[in-house]
Design a protein around this ligand. Structure first.
Ligand code: HGY
Ligand code: MN
Ligand code: MN
Length: 415
């Protein structure tokens, strides 16, 4: 018989998520646009900070616009729970926003139940998790792994620098270095997130508990040939940048088969051709190759094979190449003791929880370098994410939120 525990208020949680999603909504597509350091991203942060202040939490921000809402003892160690508020372009309603909302709803539910934590709980709404500039700047700042060198080179796919994007909102990017929380101060970091894949829906399980999180490597590639007339330039005299790109794209399945494994994912999601006109042979192709795997050896092997293929494709089409590593986030195993707490609390709630890898990157994988971190999933309909079609059933969300609540009560010693 599941043990009775305080439970969350699902209507209040839904209202909070809808409040977040009133920022950056595109009625034409149904997508959400709060890319890192956009006006919508900064506006939602002000709104979310206002929610936490109205709840009586001690609210603070760090130099990269991470938000913290503290509940419980004003000093001493804390347990963090949350996720990111930024989205990909035309993203979904749940990616990141669900985790920040559930964390605040759990604190609200503890407060309503008169539960006071022995160890303070911090609701965290992180910044720039989706990697507009390549990394996961919010959680990397908290964990203290951001460098001046990375900040200096950080720019988005359109060439906007991180420094400029942040300065537009009065933020100084270099202050991220040195804004880390002290090791030992943060006892744990917990994140709930939509699965963004098909596994839980297929298995009929309402909860996933991640044992590991895939690493991410982004290669920014430029192939430079010669723009020329599409009618007069013979095929064998071209230096066609798209022809080189096409060879790389076509080679991906073979590279994975030879150098990767079952969890290897390679995506070319952004391509810019120049001058991008129908009557001109492309003189330049700019694209990013996104490589992911839970096994670092596969990430290295596949990266090497992709780089070699780029060089071969360039040689075959008289192109110059430039490959810049835009970001490197290592695969991570998450804390086994925290995972056991989640599995035990799930069992106590009568929830069937699946232990599984995460193919998507998450703040929890970055936070694991600072403190024990945990990541739990609720099912995604058709496994879809990073799309306006993203959806999770509220019955599953309620189960996941109650599991987060039970884990926070246990870990914080709330009574
Ligand atoms: O792209 C990802 O892996 C995550 O959604 N940031
Ligand atoms: Mn996410
Ligand atoms: Mn995402």
């Amino acid at each position: 018989m599941p043990i009775e525990k305080p439970s969350i208020d699902p209507d209040r949680l839904r209202g909070l998520l809808e409040g977040i999603n009133s920022f950056g909504f595109n009625p034409e597509t149904g997508g959400f646009n709060r890319v890192g350091y956009s006006d919508a991203d900064m506006a939602v942060r002000d709104w979310f900070a206002g929610q936490m202040e109205a709840d009586g939490l001690a609210v603070s921000r760090d130099p990269v616009a991470n938000l913290f809402g503290r509940y419980g003892p004003p000093t001493g160690p804390t347990i963090m729970a949350g996720s990111h508020l930024d989205t990909v372009p035309e993203g979904g309603a749940f990616d990141g926003a669900l985790g920040a909302s559930v964390a605040l709803e759990c604190v609200r539910s503890m407060r309503d139940a008169g539960l006071k934590p022995e160890v303070a709980i911090e609701v965290v709404a992180t910044a720039e998790e989706e990697g507009r500039f390549g990394g996961m700047l919010g959680s990397q700042t908290i964990a203290g792994v951001v460098t001046h060198e990375w900040i200096d080179q950080a720019r988005d796919a359109d060439g906007t620098t991180l420094i400029d994007a942040m300065a537009a909102h009065g933020l100084k990017a270099h202050e991220a270095v040195g804004a880390a929380r002290r090791p030992g101060e943060v006892r744990a970091f917990l994140e709930i997130h939509v699965e963004q894949g098909p596994v839980l829906e297929a298995s009929g399980q309402p909860i996933g508990i991640a044992h590991s999180v895939a690493g991410v490597r982004n290669l920014r590639v430029t192939l430079t040939g010669k723009a020329n007339h599409s009618g007069t330039t013979p095929m064998d005299l071209r230096a066609d940048a798209f022809a080189g790109l096409a060879i790389v794209g076509h080679a991906v399945p073979g590279i994975i088969a030879e150098h990767g494994g079952d969890n290897t994912r390679v995506t070319i999601g952004k391509v810019d051709l120049h001058p991008n006109f129908i009557h001109t042979v492309p003189g330049r192709a700019d694209f990013v190759v996104n490589i992911r795997d839970t096994d670092p050896a596969f990430v290295e092997a596949v990266t090497g094979a992709v780089e070699q293929t780029v060089h071969d494709a360039a040689a075959a089409n008289s192109l110059e190449t430039r490959i810049v590593e835009q970001s490197r986030i290592a695969p991570v195993s998450l804390d086994p003791e925290l995972r056991k707490v989640l599995h035990d609390e799930a069992a106590a709630l009568g929830l069937d929880a699946r232990s599984m890898p995460s193919g998507a990157g998450h703040d929890a994988q970055t936070m694991q370098s600072l403190c024990p971190s945990a990541l739990m999933f609720v099912p995604s309909r058709d496994g879809v994410s990073h799309s306006p079609e993203e959806w999770s059933d509220w019955a599953d969300i309620e189960k996941g939120a109650n599991l987060m609540l039970a884990a926070l009560i246990r870990l914080s010693g709330a009574r």
